[in-house]
Structures are given as structure tokens and as C-alpha cells.
Write a protein that binds this ligand. Structure first.
Ligand SMILES: NC(=O)c1ccc[n+]([C@@H]2O[C@H](COP(=O)([O-])OP(=O)(O)OC[C@H]3O[C@@H](n4cnc5c(N)ncnc54)[C@H](OP(=O)(O)O)[C@@H]3O)[C@@H](O)[C@H]2O)c1
Length: 390
């Protein structure tokens, strides 16, 4: 495997930009990676810089007015827009790997399209599995497709699963840093500000996942994601707080052996693993210095501190469209918190209220979950949030 032809959805984001950095490193290390297509939202200045650097054949942006501006700047480039543009890129011909680094529910449809078209999917967009896990696993079985997980925890689990058989798994242990408020007195959490919540102790990420890490919505999402990706029941997935974020997750086998993956807290390491899998390549990424590490600690996840964790996990176990409702509500509530419209603890309160309202719907039993149904419940939940008294 010398190189691959790649499409990146969400190229201007945290994961997307780091993916391009990894591609440059791999090419310097003698690989021949080609960027075929890039999709972005509204940051067309950064996208323009990426176009100049990587010369893709096709790009897509969220709004047609931005597409018009780009067509004026780049004569020979195919420029698409909107959700149709994302779909086109997800199934673009003659591509080896699609990296889905979009944020939010918008990532699900391109995930399904990528797998339907037979492309390998390198998945960062965890919402695809959270809201569409049932659909994605159905499609994976049908098409015999492949997902390479980029999320550091799932990438660590994926690597640790090479040490044993599926039938030998005792449990999957997902580590959580605890976020910026691990040691904040619980009665002060109502008053923390967006700037405090955006200051993650170990990782530099997009704003939504950073807030989700502070509330632990992110960890519940990761439990749901692991359940679907690795076909392991919820009772065999344990979250554990590990503040140093050097062990990215673990798999315990039935003989008592626990296999872990450790690395520097740098997303380019799991991104690169997905890009060159099953190879490993030296590209001079940061190393973990075990000699300089004085302490590795663990503690149980305290649900009193992170009530949103319980609400989101309940939605996961409930299944069907419950996760579509809770994810959409979280997307809106996080934006409201970032704009200073609601307090930090209102995110968890709002999520529980939306889950209660979802339970009261007279059509909660999703006998045959479809993308249309997920998107319908997503829209419904966004409207409901506007109507909550928080
Ligand atoms: N960041 C991390 O370290 C990390 C770690 C593990 C998992 N993840 C997961 O990876 C995913 C991406 O996270 P991130 O932190 O990279 O997010 P991010 O920095 O917010 O980037 C999101 C990307 O999606 C694009 N986008 C948003 N709306 C769009 C639309 N309507 N059409 C097309 N593109 C759109 C954005 O474009 P513009 O910026 O141009 O608008 C941007 O390129 C999330 O699911 C997250 O949970 C992230």
C-alpha cells in the first residue's frame, strides 16, 4: 500500500485539517496520497488555502453563494454545494477512502452513501453511529463494508481487539479525561462560562465536542458508538475516568488480560492509523515519554457530576430514534450555551426534558428505523428545544 485516493468531508475542521497534515507527512515519508475531494461548511478562506495546497478535483461547500465565489477563484475546479454536494463526494468514483470529519447529524447521510458505494470509511463523525448505528450496521453487513474508527477511544479499542477473538471479550473500557470540570465543586457548575468549558485539559478539538466532553455527553456518545462499531452489548462497556488521557481505551479479555493503547494526546496518531491501516509509518508525530510520566490514575465516572451522561446513555439503550432526538437537542443546547443564552447545567436538564418528551410521543416504537425517520425526529427535537423553559 503506497498511497490512497482520499476524500475528506469537513476538511476545514479540527479533524479535517489534521488529516491534511497527516497526508503531507505521509507523502514526505514516501507514500503517494492524493486528495481527490474536499468538503467544507462556510470557511471558504481556509478551504481556498487547502485547494491551493492539495489540488483536489472536486470540492463542496454548504452554501451555493460560497460555491459561486469559489468557481470565480478556481477555474478548473468542480465546485458543488449543499447536502447534494456532500453526497456526491461521499460516492465519488475512483476513491479508496472517505474521511468523514463532519460535525453533527449532517454526517449520517454521507456515511450511509460512502458505505453503499463500497468505499472504505474512516469515521470521525461519531453522530453517524450515535443516531444511525442501526442503519449503519445493517448496511455494513449487507455490503461487507469497512469502517476504520478515528475517534481516539475507538481507534484504541480497534487496535486492542487485534489481541483476541470477539467471543473472548470480557468488556471494553472507555477512558474519559473528565474534562475541565473534573474537580470543580458541583454547586459551582451552574455558573461556569463557555470560555472555561472550552478549555479542555488534554485535547484541542472543535467547539461542540469540547463542550460535550465537559458534560460527558461525548462519553455516552462513545459508549453508543462502541456498542455499534464493535457489536458489544452495553453491559460490557465501562467508562472510566483517566485524567491524563494517555491510555486511549482498553479491552479486557476473559482470561483477565487487559490490552490497552497508549500514545500522546494527538489526534493525528489515530487519523494516520486509519489512513495507512494495516501499515504503520514513521512520520515524526509527538511521542509519549513513559519515563517522564509520574502518574497514571483511574476513577469511576461520577453521574452526579455528569447527569447528561446518564440521559444520553438511556437514549442509547432505548434505541430507535431516541438518540436522534437527544443528539439534535444537544447540538442546539451546546450552541445556546456557547452564545451565553443558557447556563452549563441547563444542557443536561434540557437533554433529559427532550428524552421525556420523546417518550411521550405516540410513535416512539421504531419498528423499521429509516434515515427519513431519524431526520424527522431530529427536526422535531430541534423545535422542541426552542419551547423548553430552561
Ligand atoms: N476534534 C477532535 O479532536 C475529535 C476527536 C474525536 C472525534 N471527533 C469527532 O469528529 C467530528 C468532527 O469534529 P471536529 O472537532 O473536527 O469539528 P469541527 O472542528 O467543528 O469541524 C467540523 C467540520 O464540518 C464542517 N461542516 C459543518 N457544517 C457543515 C455543512 N452543513 N456542510 C458541510 N460541512 C460542514 C465544518 O466546516 P466549516 O468550518 O468550513 O464551516 C468543518 O469542516 C465530530 O463528530 C467529533 O465528535 C473529533
Amino acid at each position: 500500500m503506497q498511497g490512497r485516493r482520499i476524500v475528506i468531508l469537513g476538511s476545514t475542521g479540527s479533524i479535517g485539517s489534521q488529516t491534511l497534515d497527516v497526508i503531507e507527512r505521509l507523502n514526505r515519508a514516501g507514500r503517494a496520497f492524493t486528495v481527490v475531494g474536499l468538503a467544507a461548511g462556510r470557511n471558504i478562506d481556509l478551504l481556498s488555502t487547502q485547494i491551493e495546497r492539495f489540488s483536489p478535483l472536486v470540492v463542496s461547500v454548504a452554501e451555493e453563494e460560497d460555491a459561486i465565489a469559489l468557481r470565480g477563484r478556481f477555474n478548473d475546479l468542480a465546485v458543488l454545494s449543499g447536502s447534494e454536494g456532500l453526497e456526491e463526494l461521499a460516492k465519488y468514483p475512483d476513491v479508496d477512502l472517505v474521511v468523514n470529519a463532519l460535525v453533527g447529524a449532517i454526517g449520517l447521510s454521507p456515511t450511509l452513501t460512502t458505505l453503499s458505494s463500497g468505499h472504505t470509511l474512516a469515521l470521525a463523525n461519531k453522530e453517524s453511529m450515535v443516531i444511525g448505528g442501526e442503519l449503519v450496521t445493517r448496511l455494513l453487513q449487507e455490503k461487507k463494508g469497512t469502517i476504520l474508527p478515528i475517534d481516539s477511544e475507538h481507534n484504541a479499542i480497534f487496535q486492542s481487539l487485534h489481541a483476541g477473538k470477539h467471543s473472548e471479550i470480557e468488556r471494553i473500557i472507555i477512558t474519559a479525561s473528565g474534562g475541565p470540570f473534573l474537580n470543580t465543586p458541583i454547586d459551582e457548575l451552574a455558573h461556569v462560562k463557555a470560555a472555561d468549558a472550552l478549555h479542555h485539559p488534554n485535547w484541542s478539538m472543535g467547539s461542540r465536542i469540547t463542550i460535550d466532553s465537559a458534560t460527558m455527553v461525548n462519553k455516552a456518545f462513545e459508549v453508543i458508538e462502541a456498542h455499534y462499531l464493535f457489536n458489544v452489548p452495553y453491559e460490557k462497556i465501562t467508562p472510566i475516568v483517566h485524567p491524563q488521557s494517555v491510555i486511549h481505551s482498553l479491552v479486557e479479555y476473559q482470561d483477565g488480560s487487559i490490552i490497552a493503547e497508549l500514545a500522546a494526546s494527538d489526534m493525528r496518531i489515530p487519523i494516520q492509523y486509519a489512513l495507512v491501516y494495516p501499515d504503520r509509518v514513521a512520520t515524526n508525530l509527538p511521542r509519549l515519554s513513559l519515563e517522564k510520566m509520574s502518574r497514571i490514575s483511574f476513577e469511576p465516572l461520577d453521574v452526579m457530576r455528569y447527569p447528561a451522561f446518564a440521559s444520553v446513555l438511556t437514549a442509547g439503550v432505548r434505541g430507535g430514534s431516541a438518540t436522534a432526538a437527544i443528539n439534535a437537542a444537544d447540538e442546539v443546547l451546546v450552541k445556546k450555551f456557547l452564545r451565553g443564552e443558557i447556563g452549563f447545567t441547563k444542557i443536561a436538564e434540557g437533554l433529559q426534558q427532550i428524552l421525556d418528551r420523546w417518550e411521550e410521543r405516540d410513535d416512539v416504537e421504531d419498528k423499521d428505523l429509516s434515515l427519513a425517520r431519524i431526520l424527522d425526529v431530529d427536526r422535531w427535537a430541534r423545535e422542541q428545544v426552542a419551547d423548553l423553559s430552561l
